[in-house]
Write a protein that binds this ligand. Structure first.
Ligand SMILES: [Zn+2]
Length: 157
């Protein structure tokens, strides 16, 4: 139960690791962020080059009008410095992998910093409420009852 407030207090966010940029500065209107603003911000990261940022925003992200006609798409990407549509697609695929890696890093850090609590005892099914025992063998996790944690029984007087 107490994990929510802590998680919110110590969020895994970029500011925590030294990023000084903010969303408010990045988008002139946060309710209507623009393709070009996103592209500029992505390009400004250590991860994506200019062409990769462009290809990501106009490729895999897919928020801009879909270019259904190959010929139109070819002309469009050539106007933006790509040799061909296939080059654009290659760059877009590379950008997509890099973005996936970045999000994966976030997910890893978050899962490490805030591991989930197991919910119920593997034996009796009672709710664990953040207190559990992981025995060396047998079902796990267990509530204190099933784990037989009982001072009287363990240390008979
Ligand atoms: Zn139990």
């Amino acid at each position: 139960m107490p994990d929510k407030p802590i998680r919110e207090q110590f969020q895994t966010d970029s500011q925590r690791y030294g990023n000084e940029k903010t969303i408010e500065e990045t988008f002139s209107n946060p309710y209507h962020p623009l393709d070009n603003e996103l592209k500029a911000a992505l390009e400004d990261t250590a991860l994506l080059s200019g062409p990769e940022a462009f290809a990501f925003v106009w490729g895999p992200l897919g928020t801009s009008p879909v270019m259904t006609e190959e010929e139109m798409a070819e002309q469009f990407v050539q106007r933006h410095g790509f040799e061909s549509l296939s080059e654009f697609k290659e760059v877009a695929a590379r950008a997509r992998e890099k973005v996936a890696d970045a999000i994966w890093i976030y997910e890893l850090i978050d899962a490490y910093r805030f591991p989930d609590f197991p919910e119920e005892c593997a034996e009796c099914g009672r709710s664990l409420g953040g207190m559990w025992v992981e025995p060396d063998d047998g079902p796990s996790p267990l509530c204190r009852n099933c784990a037989d944690i009982d001072t009287e029984r363990h240390f008979p007087s």
